[in-house]
Write a new protein. Structure first.
Length: 277
């Protein structure tokens, strides 16, 4: 996202050029890595974010491999003097962030800065305040403006987004065994022999239901604020058209419907907090 992206904001203010980088970590330490619909959403988020960056003269560099090694390679190939990144929340990813920070600083001697971007007030590992004390509110940063120039040596080598495989969704339903797509059906789609997308694409209904990207997230937030102000929400079972606990149904617009936008970074939790309060 361009709004409240502290790492990108600080990089733009402090350095003459910036390389936005996304790495698909082949050794993701998470015991529950993102799969299925989550990867499909991540593909769309990256696609829309890259489009926003291109409006500023920039682009995302995509890499596959071990995250720390790929970041080091981009730093070396571009001659970058600093690494800025937004912290992740899960303990296994926090450990990886610490490894990345130490490696970049000790091996390459570059400036390393990490930022809080996924929480409203504090990170899970931060010391809790005593009961009755309030944490200082963190105001969201404005959306990026102006140009993001390329490195003097040109953009580093990049995989195409499609090569990550996140957007491949061929199959009647999500295939078993944590596979992202049905290989045979995907090959037919790639060759131009696809049939009815309702039958051959397990993500078809999601594509129709969910508008994607930062702009869609901001619009949905404003719609939800308007609905909430008008009193359009009811406890489960009390709405006259609520036959089966409607507020708990993901296929109905009876909840805020902001969770995936927050989860995948399209919408800032601090910006949400500011708009609500």
């Amino acid at each position: 996202r361009l709004h409240d992206n502290p790492a990108l904001h600080a990089a733009q203010e402090s350095h003459p050029w910036v390389v936005p980088l996304y790495v698909h970590d082949d050794e993701d330490p998470s015991p529950w890595p993102v799969r299925g619909a989550g990867l499909w959403w991540r593909h769309a988020s990256l696609e829309f974010f890259d489009e926003s960056l291109r409006g500023l003269g920039s682009r995302i560099t995509y890499r596959k491999g071990r995250l720390v090694e790929q970041v080091m390679d981009v730093l070396l190939s571009t001659g970058a003097t600093a690494l800025h990144f937004n912290l992740q929340l899960e303990p296994w990813h926090h450990d990886r962030d610490l490894e990345l920070e130490a490696t970049a600083r000790e091996s390459l001697g570059v400036e390393v800065r990490s930022f809080n971007a996924m929480v409203m007030k504090f990170e899970p590992w931060e010391e809790r305040k005593a009961p009755g004390t309030r944490r200082q509110r963190r105001e969201p940063l404005p959306a990026l403006r102006g140009r993001l120039p390329a490195p003097p040596s040109g953009w580093p080598w990049s995989e195409p987004l499609a090569a990550l495989g996140y957007g491949r969704t061929a199959g009647h339903k999500i295939p078993p065994g944590f596979r992202q797509f049905n290989e045979k059906r995907q090959a037919m789609l790639d060759a131009g022999f696809g049939g009815d997308p309702k039958e051959d694409d397990w993500a078809y209904e999601m594509r129709q239901f969910w508008p994607m990207g930062e702009g869609a997230a901001m619009r949905r937030l404003e719609e939800w604020l308007k609905d909430a102000a008008w009193g359009c929400y009811f406890p489960p079972g009390l709405h006259p058209r609520d036959e089966a606990g409607g507020r708990f149904r993901a296929d109905k617009a009876w909840t805020a419907m902001l969770s995936p936008y927050l989860r995948f970074g399209d919408l800032s939790p601090r910006y949400l907090d500011q708009r609500v309060c």
